[in-house]
Design a protein around this ligand. Structure first.
Ligand code: ATP
Ligand code: MG
Length: 332
């Protein structure tokens, strides 16, 4: 019994659900039958009484009988109609409760995964930085090795920084409805700087920018940086080594389009809606090879929503994904 409930926590819900429905239908049926019996008995009694007073007329032709029949039919319709409405409302109510429960369970599951991955994400770069520093401190190491240890530590610190930025951003977005302070910035320069920064990556992925010069956008600089950084980091994280990523930035008509194309593992059609949910990551925690908290695309989506823009995901050929952000701006 315990394992049945553990496997499907809704078992008890379905049992109660089924019981309530069967119980309601049964009561409606009993009421219907009671009405029928009451009518028949009433007809029998009234017929005897009526016949003794009016021997020349048959009771079923009398106005009294028609009145009684009309009342009976009204009650029958009422039972059928109200019974059906009640059962339909009951089913809708129970389905709504079920949906809320499923949503709650999903949020709990996602938060559990989030805590697991955050603790892991914090712990492993710290452990690696500690080890690198201890090695540098304890032994005399060659210049090439010490450079390598230091570079690794810098990458680890960058990872920690972007994780903490994402968490801070996500909580800021939760706390306020409109989190962006707007200022006019040259997003071409900012984007170029981000491409350059991520050029040095452990997977040796080549990132090239096709960036139109001097595109300006009135936006919150830190949110913009975080959104583009998350798109590029994802493109690196979910791609094999030595592949290529292109970032395109263009101002056409009354929209700015930002396109990040990778040659990575791609995203299944049925995952494309959910990957923008807070804490959501594809696959189960055990099978995921890469690390992450599921906050990156949530930040990207919130940034785009704040500009009333849109995000589109397409397959890249022969493999990978293309993320296209469209940010509406006033035409020239
Ligand atoms: P975080 O960005 O918070 O460190 P994350 O990368 O797992 O963690 P998101 O950036 O929100 O979280 O991405 C959600 C999921 O979408 C990822 O777990 C990954 O499975 C999928 N995904 C995102 N970008 C890509 C991509 N370019 N290619 C393939 N899958 C992707
Ligand atoms: Mg990410």
């Amino acid at each position: 019994m315990k394992t049945t409930f553990a496997k499907n926590p809704f078992t008890i819900f379905y049992i109660v659900f089924g019981y309530i429905i069967v119980f309601s239908v049964w009561w409606a049926f009993l009421l219907y039958q009671k009405n029928e019996t009451a009518f028949k008995e009433r007809v029998e009694i009234n017929a005897i009484y009526f016949q003794s007073n009016n021997p020349s007329v048959t009771y079923i032709n009398s106005p009294e009988y028609h009145q009684l029949k009309e009342k009976y039919s009204r009650q029958k319709t009422m039972i059928l109609l109200e019974g059906t409405v009640f059962i339909v409302l009951l089913i809708i109510g129970l389905l709504v409760v079920r949906r809320i429960l499923v949503k709650e369970m999903q949020v709990t599951e996602l938060q559990k995964n989030f805590l697991l991955s955050v603790s892991h994400e914090l712990k492993s770069p710290l452990a690696s930085i500690k080890l690198n520093l201890q090695t540098l401190n304890q032994r005399q190491v060659e210049k090439t090795i010490s450079d390598k240890l230091m570079n690794n530590s810098i990458l680890d610190i960058a990872r920690l920084e972007s994780l903490i930025d994402n968490i801070l951003f996500a909580s800021k977005m939760e706390a306020t409805n409109s989190f962006m302070s707007k200022e006019l910035i040259n997003i071409s320069e900012v984007t170029e700087m981000l491409v350059k920064k991520l050029q040095v990556n452990p997977k040796q992925i080549n990132i090239s920018g096709q960036i139109e010069q001097n595109v300006y956008l009135e936006t919150d600089p830190t949110t913009f940086i975080s959104a583009i950084n998350n798109l590029l980091e994802n493109a690196i994280k979910y791609s094999p080594e030595k592949t290529a990523i292109t970032l395109g930035l263009q101002h056409t008509g009354n929209a700015i389009s930002i396109k990040v194309a990778d040659q990575g593992y791609g995203i299944a059609e049925d995952e494309r809606e959910r990957i923008f949910d807070k804490f959501y990551r594809v696959g189960s925690e055990n099978t995921r090879k890469s690390k992450g908290t599921g906050l990156g695309l949530y930040i990207v989506k919130r940034f785009v929503d704040e500009h009333q823009g849109s995000i589109n995901i397409q397959h890249n050929l022969p493999q990978g994904s293309i993320f296209t952000l469209l940010i509406p701006v006033e035409g020239d």
